[in-house]
Design a protein around this ligand. Structure first.
Ligand code: PSU
Ligand code: MN
Length: 304
């Protein structure tokens, strides 16, 4: 199998060092250039500043790479014909020697398979608005339900139907908790009308929760919902107005499937005059930082 694990990552795995998996669909499809590369590098730095080791995952010419180097990240960020690689695309991408960014679903699967415990992203995919008609439900949700990682995100991307997404997470048995919050964050907005009954207040508490999950033999992820920093947020009401406008445009274009999320994000960036990009960048970095702290606490818990 064409899989390459960076030597630093092999060493860290062997020594049970704290590691944080980072996805690359955000690099190839989530953010515009040059913000995409800058942000992923800043996420890696945030993980490192918390005392953990970043392991960014993606595919270059059919080679699945765990721990992309800076040069490889530059390569992936600049390539034109890159795929958004979900779990089901992985085997074909490998055989056809194609390149692309891995979604949360594919990244979580690979991270768990090779022994990582923590993953950071911006917002997970979810149940899309209008899903009762389109059936558009992100594979992130089904993968998280069977992948025992700790995933740090600012909830689901706000372009989703957040209520339906929460219902689906519940049905699938994924643990959802707020980090120092009792509401489900709405990605660019730090809060939403959706309540979260359970919250955790420190990386140590989160690490202990992940260990308890493992001891119980539960197979789902623990999703840690970390709100975007207040200074960078778009207030929920403003966000809903922006979304209503963008939704109409997107519907008129009859876009389907994997292209829906990237188009939505792009249009929101335009309509918000770049505010959504600033919020996205800020939350990605803060999620990486928290994930680093959690990975450290998990490693310390394991070694004590
Ligand atoms: N977080 C972001 N920006 C993104 C994504 C996450 O801040 O672009 C990506 C993730 O890779 C996630 C994907 O898995 O969007 C979800 O896409 P879809 O809704 O098509 O499943
Ligand atoms: Mn979809």
């Amino acid at each position: 199998m064409n899989i390459k694990i960076n030597e630093k990552i092999i060493f860290a795995l062997r020594e049970q060092k704290p590691l944080v998996a980072l996805e690359t669909a955000v690099l190839t499809h989530g953010l515009p250039k040059p913000l995409n590369l800058e942000t992923v590098l800043a996420m890696e730095e945030a993980v490192a500043s918390a005392g953990a080791i970043p392991c960014t995952i993606g595919v270059l010419q059919g080679e699945i790479i765990l721990g992309l180097s800076q040069t490889q990240l530059q390569d992936l960020a600049q390539r034109e014909n890159v795929f958004k690689i979900g779990l089901r695309e992985l085997p074909v991408i490998v055989v056809k020697k194609l390149s692309g960014g891995t979604t949360v679903a594919a990244t979580a699967y690979l991270a768990h398979r090779y022994g990582l415990r923590v993953l950071a992203t911006g917002g997970i995919g979810g149940v899309h608005r209008g899903a009762t008609q389109t059936f558009d439900i992100s594979a992130d949700l089904t993968v998280l339900a069977r992948t025992p990682l700790t995933v740090v995100a600012s909830g689901a991307k706000a372009i989703m139907d957040l209520g339906l997404t929460l219902e689906y997470l519940e049905t699938m048995g994924t643990t959802v908790v707020g980090y120092k919050t009792k509401t489900f964050p709405a990605f660019y907005a730090s809060s939403s009308p959706y309540k979260l009954p359970l919250s955790l207040n420190s990386p140590q508490e989160i690490a202990a929760t992940a260990l308890a999950r493992d001891e119980l033999g539960l197979s789902a992820a623990v999703l840690i919902c970390n709100p975007v920093p207040e200074a960078a947020q778009i207030p929920y009401e403003d966000l809903m107005e922006l979304l209503a406008a963008v939704e109409q445009e997107v519907q008129a274009e009859h876009i389907r499937g994997q292209d829906v999320t990237p188009l939505f994000l792009k249009r929101l960036a335009e309509k918000s005059g770049g505010r959504s990009l600033e919020a996205n960048r800020a939350l990605l970095i803060e999620n990486a930082r928290l994930a680093g702290k959690i990975a450290l606490a998990v490693a310390q818990g394991k070694n004590s």
